[in-house]
Design a protein around this ligand. Structure first.
Ligand code: FES
Length: 125
């Protein structure tokens, strides 16, 4: 059901955990299945570059693999670049997902966006 790249990513998840000294936080629920994702980031306030990012999810294998890949794609990028990352781009970078699992990849995209927005709203205060 999952292709080899997705299986590989799932068996070697990146950036799992929780950043204690984070300055960006989000917790997102997947409307389609009720699964949950929590994300923390440390973003350099001088450069707006995402230096560290970590996720924890009660989602399925597809959610975990896409979250892992999404975090590696935004790490080292600016918040602006992170906001432009779509779930489709993440899925493409993993060689695709079964159609019925596409909704799982939305968790990572939404968590990243909410996390960056949390950072920007605190920064603009
Ligand atoms: Fe819920 Fe995949 S079934 S995230």
């Amino acid at each position: 059901m999952y292709n080899e790249q997705v299986m590989k990513e799932f068996q070697n998840l990146q950036n799992v955990g929780y950043i204690e000294d984070h300055n960006a936080y989000s917790k997102i629920g997947n409307a389609a299945c009720g699964d949950i994702m929590e994300m923390t980031m440390y973003i350099n306030p001088e450069t707006d570059i995402i230096e560290r990012v970590a996720f924890r999810t009660f989602g399925c294998a597809a959610a975990q693999a896409t979250s892992s890949r999404a975090t590696t794609l935004v790490k080292g990028k600016t918040v602006q670049e992170a906001l432009e990352l779509s779930n489709k781009a993440v899925v493409e970078s993993l060689g695709g997902l079964p159609a019925q699992k596409m909704h799982c990849s939305v968790l990572a995209e939404e968590a990243i966006k909410a996390c960056v927005e949390d950072y920007l709203s605190k920064k603009n205060k």
